[in-house]
Write a protein that binds this ligand. Structure first.
Ligand SMILES: [Fe+2]
Ligand SMILES: [Fe+2]
Length: 377
């Protein structure tokens, strides 16, 4: 299996070996993302993937918004305010973007009222829009409201030399509700709490979607860029919170031949970056709230995010502007605060090397054999 690449790995550019941390330090000294109030992903510009895929395709930009977690209007205005701010900002910059992707968790409890409210707010954005569902959109009515408003997933289209794919990573959880006689509300309740005690490792593509992904990529040249949108990450971020797809092994096998894959994912509500083989994964902000970093299992963070100010509900959230530039993915977190990244590890909330255990194979602890081949009826 391919190994996760971690901070400090030596990368070679222009024949000079240099650690990623050193490169990052130089970038911060000479760049200035921190001072701008937004956060540019510097470090991906150093990867061997980019060197291999330089000067490819036509450049374009797009916007990502996700994880608005809307409640009905009378219950919660804050999340509406933040979603509205994101959509307004995207629309204001609309001439820059070719399209917007909404990456799931539009609703909090899958209530059709919440999804209707989200559809109404999304009308602010007049760009071409594409949608993938989150688990919060799905498990009250098993996707009925979501699909009726935003269409079914997965889907694909080609854009300026890039194959673009939108996956459904949430809709094929094993049936944890029938045998227990759960109501629809109870089923949604377990999912909305990310409660793995009932739902197990619920996130995944499932056999049908994996076959679709394989067929969709079968005619695509291995060196050409692919962007895959998914709500949950396509690698094992943190199993106890279901921050991963349970069938990542098979998905990585499908993606292994492709040398320039970018997975843009939501669900984690925080800046994350990782590379496995030819796939880079970029975690996205929520507009609703930031999750803390997982205490173990993830690659050591290159640029940890500061702890957020609990008194400021616009802190630590936002949306993302992304650009495919000649086969290289650049991105800018449009986070609504002045100071984004920690200057010292003590400020980061991620612990130090002693407290943060690195366990690349954490998913194996919850590994359940043939679970990933069980299909929900
Ligand atoms: Fe979410
Ligand atoms: Fe989610």
């Amino acid at each position: 299996m391919p190994k996760n690449k971690h901070v400090g790995d030596s990368v070679s550019k222009g024949g000079v070996d240099i650690t990623r941390r050193t490169f990052l330090h130089k970038s911060l000294l000479t760049g200035g993302a921190v001072a701008t109030g937004s956060a540019v992903g510097f470090f991906q510009t150093l990867t061997s993937m980019e060197v291999a895929n330089a000067a490819m395709g036509e450049s374009f930009s797009f916007a990502w918004v996700s994880d608005t977690h809307l409640y009905p209007r009378e219950l919660n205005q804050r999340f509406i305010d933040k979603a509205t701010r994101a959509f307004s900002e995207v629309e204001a910059m609309g001439s820059k973007f070719d399209f917007m992707i909404f990456g799931g968790d539009l609703a909090q409890l899958g209530d059709p009222v919440e999804i209707e409210l989200g559809a109404e707010l999304l009308q602010e954005v007049t760009l071409e829009k594409h949608f993938i569902p989150g688990e919060h959109d799905w498990y009250l009515d098993l996707g009925e409201s979501w699909n009726s408003h935003f269409g079914e997933s997965p889907w694909t289209f080609d854009h300026k030399g890039v194959r673009i794919i939108g996956l459904d990573t949430v809709g094929s959880a094993p049936d944890y509700w029938s045998a227990r006689g759960m109501t629809d509300v109870e089923r949604m309740g377990h999912m909305s709490a990310l409660d793995g005690s009932q739902a197990g490792p619920w996130s995944g593509l499932g056999k049908k979607n994996r076959e679709w992904l394989s067929a969709t990529l079968s005619d695509w040249p291995a060196g050409d860029p692919v962007i895959i949108f998914s709500h949950t990450p396509l690698y094992e971020v943190y199993a106890p919170w279901n921050f991963w797809i349970r069938d990542w092994r098979q998905v990585h096998e499908i993606l292994a031949p492709y040398q320039n894959v970018t997975n843009v994912h939501g669900h984690v509500h925080q800046p994350l970056y990782n590379e496995i083989g030819g796939m880079r994964s970029i975690g996205q902000l929520a507009t609703s709230w930031p999750w803390p970093y997982a205490p173990e299992g993830t690659p050591e963070l290159t640029k940890p995010m500061l702890r957020v100010d609990p008194g400021d509900h616009f802190d630590g959230v936002g949306w993302t502007s992304l650009a495919m530039n000649e086969g290289r993915m650049d991105y800018e977190y449009m986070m609504w605060r002045e100071q984004v990244f920690a200057n010292t590890r003590a400020d980061s909330g991620t612990g130090d090397n002693q407290n943060q255990k690195l366990s690349p194979r954490i998913a194996d602890r919850g590994w359940t054999g043939d679970w990933f081949n069980i299909e929900r009826k």
